[in-house]
Write a protein that binds this ligand. Structure first.
Ligand SMILES: C=C(O[C@@H]1C=C(C(=O)O)C=C[C@H]1O)C(=O)O
Length: 379
């Protein structure tokens, strides 16, 4: 580089640094305003997540961006990232308590990660929360006395047993809920053990979400829905989206969404391990999509094997779904071994037709994900 180039670059880079510093101060200002919104919402019991406000704000900023020749997608990406920050910050001021006269909450399995998250959210909403774990059952009478809500969040393989053995003497008007990732059996066990209000919940997220904004909670109604309506409302204030489902339909969906998904991921990892793949060099050659895929597989093995064993072994029906998958895999392999390229193209088109409008929609969504994977690369 000659001297003039160096000087020009330095000059421009100084100006860019100045703009970035201004951006930083604007971010501080925005965060402060969002904190004030949080306080107003907290006082009024308005949900943390406001989809209409977001949609109209994004539409306006996109249009304004276009007017000044800024990519609308750029401002949308930035605003969406800022809104994620808002959910986290709004959370810290706490939430309105929907049910004032509840009595206390007991989380059965409160030491678990999901139990801790619910303890935190309920506490931020003004409820008194106690927890009962494996070693506390000798004090059960005292702990459950006066409870208005009991939430069971113990490993799936002991859930029904804990409900049937330990939760038969709850106060009559107490709500009994569970957070298990299957719903038919726990719901039946709860209805059996307790004569008061019962509701099955399945939070469709891990305990590391940070905020419940936009996260889905599946609700399977058990008994006396009017008695636990406030709880659904409370979760909506946390930002969650409530999706009602029949327990049977939910469990069937979980065979694909969870059991089969995680099992395939497990086998993918097992295969890499047995083949002694060299992750370092795979990463060197990786395309963004491979990097994303490897991250999705790798993250499984950073977690608790017991949790995934619970999910995969929870339902007999999952074995059918997984074996159908294996059959399809085998058929596809036969096609490959036979060199039947034409058949591959035909099957490909069949699947594409079946995906319909979802295929281009998913292509669009995944493009943004792949680009952020690329953004994260350093050096
Ligand atoms: C700040 C608010 O809360 C959330 C965050 C928003 C933001 O950061 O702009 C917008 C809408 C809400 O989902 C609000 O409601 O205005």
């Amino acid at each position: 580089m000659n001297e003039k180039t160096t000087a020009d670059l330095e000059n421009l880079r100084d100006l860019i640094d100045g703009v970035d510093q201004q951006l930083l101060h604007l971010l501080r200002k925005r965060l402060d305003l969002v904190a004030q919104v949080g306080a107003v919402k907290h006082a009024a019991g308005v949900p943390i997540y406001a989809p209409q406000r977001e949609a109209s704000m994004l539409a306006k900023r996109r249009a304004e961006a276009e007017n000044i020749n800024v990519s609308p997608q750029l401002i949308e990406d930035i605003l969406r990232r800022l809104m994620r920050e808002s959910y986290l910050n709004e959370k810290d001021v706490g939430f309105k308590q929907v049910k004032q006269d509840l009595g206390h909450v007991v989380i059965v399995g409160g030491e678990g990660k999901l139990g801790q998250l619910f303890t935190q959210m309920l506490t931020l909403s003004g409820y008194k929360v106690n927890s009962i774990d494996k070693n506390d059952w000798q004090n059960a009478d005292v702990i459950f006395d006066g409870a208005g809500l009991v939430i069971v969040t113990v490993p799936i393989n002991v859930t029904c047993e804990v409900i049937a053995d330990k939760l038969t003497q709850l106060p009559q008007h107490c709500i009994l809920a569970d957070l298990t990732s299957i719903k038919q059996k726990p719901l039946a066990a709860m209805l059996d053990a307790h004569k008061g209000p019962v509701v099955g919940l399945h939070p469709m997220f891990g305990p590391d979400v940070g905020s419940l904004a936009k996260q889905v909670v599946v609700v399977c109604h058990g008994r006396e829905p009017q008695a636990y309506q406030w709880l659904l409302q409370q979760m909506e204030i946390w930002g969650a989206r409530i999706v009602e489902a029949e327990a049977e339909r939910h469990d069937k969906a979980m065979q694909l969404v969870q059991a089969m998904r995680h099992f395939s991921t497990f086998v993918y990892g097992l295969n890499l391990c047995k083949e002694e793949a060299d992750i370092e060099s795979l990463l060197q050659f990786s395309s963004p999509i491979y990097r994303l895929e490897l991250a999705m597989v790798g993250r499984l093995f950073a977690q608790d094997p017991e949790l995934y064993a619970d999910i995969i072994f929870a339902q007999q029906g999952s074995q059918h779904a997984i074996s159908d998958y294996l059959d399809n895999y085998r058929d596809a392999l036969t096609m490959l071994k036979a060199g039947n390229r034409q058949e591959f193209v035909t099957q490909f088109q069949r699947v594409a037709k079946w995906f319909g409008d979802f295929a281009p929609q998913f292509q669009h969504e995944s493009r943004a994900m792949l680009q952020s994977v690329n953004d994260m690369k350093a050096g």
